[in-house]
Design a protein around this ligand. Structure first.
Ligand code: SAM
Length: 294
């Protein structure tokens, strides 16, 4: 929700992080406000976080801390796969998830499917520090369509080594909710190779424990190895949960040295993620809050 609190703060973004808690941060400049066929898109300059993408009033990523989210989302599963070549990204409109996937020199094809073509055009124009030209990489294949329909149409096709679901929150806008369902995860599995691995961002387990538990259950119904991890994202005002799943690969078994040697052998440069962080991700416990959900 945008608004001018009218105090000394001036214009702020005031974002509900739960039915009863909010996150507020000052806006320096409004760069773009538009409504696409699917969502309200804002690109703001924030005092604290730099340039930010906001969808339907929710901060998606910001200049000053997006690498925390995108490196944590992409690298744990991609490093765990011994020779990832074919990647599928559903969502990820800013192009930063695509950027991180393409860092792995083993990748020879990265298919990115986002429902909102207008958002992608805004990202190309205003968020170059996010995509960094990844849309133009010869390995990239950008498709503008509903990710649910895309996967349903190509299934079953054991094609992808890694699948990254970088969607709006499971308790957020309607357009992505069915991509957190049991049926969708079964279809995702049918387009992965038998030794494939997937990950999804899963919102926040503390503020939305029931929704998170449902997403986890839907994934566990389809995969035998399911690993949860989370990382604090300053501009979200909460920790973001991730759930990785496979029938053969287990990110929790990777050692610090194995992670670092795979990053090195694939020429992957990161700002935040490394072997030590990877190991810590899978040692941690997941916090389930007691807050009353919606
Ligand atoms: N980093 C953000 C976060 O953690 O909340 C999410 C990344 S991104 C901005 C979310 C993307 O999901 C948007 O680009 C949106 O257009 C896309 N999206 C939502 N529903 C979708 C669907 N059904 N199919 C494909 N893309 C979808």
């Amino acid at each position: 929700m945008m608004g001018d609190v009218g105090l000394k703060y001036g214009p702020v973004i005031f974002e509900g992080v739960s039915p009863n808690a909010a996150f507020m941060t000052r806006v320096k400049r409004f760069i773009l406000t538009a409504r696409t066929k699917y969502q309200e898109v804002q690109i703001l300059e924030l005092y604290e976080y730099g340039r930010a993408l906001v969808l339907d009033g929710y901060i998606q990523s910001t200049e000053n801390d997006e690498f925390i989210y995108h490196e944590s989302l992409v690298h744990p599963i991609t490093v765990t796969h011994p020779h990832p070549k074919k990647a599928l990204i559903i969502g990820g409109g800013e192009g930063a998830t695509l950027r991180e996937i393409l860092k792995h020199s083993s990748i020879d094809e990265a298919v990115m499917v986002d429902i909102d073509g207008e958002l992608i055009e805004f990202a190309k124009k205003y968020l170059d520090f996010m995509h960094q030209g990844s849309f133009n990489d010869p390995r990239s294949k950008l498709l503008i369509e509903d990710g649910y329909k895309y996967v349903k149409d190509i299934a079953p096709r054991k094609y992808f080594d890694v699948v990254v679901l970088d969607l709006t929150d499971p308790y957020g806008p309607e357009i992505s909710r069915k991509l957190y369902s049991k049926e969708f995860y079964a279809m995702v599995k049918s387009v992965m190779k038998d030794d494939g691995i997937m990950v999804t961002q899963a919102g926040n387990s503390f503020f939305y424990p029931r929704t998170y538990a449902r997403v986890l259950e839907n994934i566990k119904a389809n995969f035998s190895i399911v690993r949860e991890y989370w990382v604090w994202i300053p501009s979200f005002g909460y920790a973001c949960n991730f759930i990785a799943a496979s029938d053969t690969l287990d990110p929790a078994l990777m050692s610090e040295d194995e992670v670092n040697s795979r990053l090195k052998s694939r020429n992957v440069e990161t700002k935040f993620y490394d072997g030590a962080l990877h190991v810590s991700f899978f040692k941690g416990k997941v916090l389930l809050g007691k807050v009353p959900e919606e």
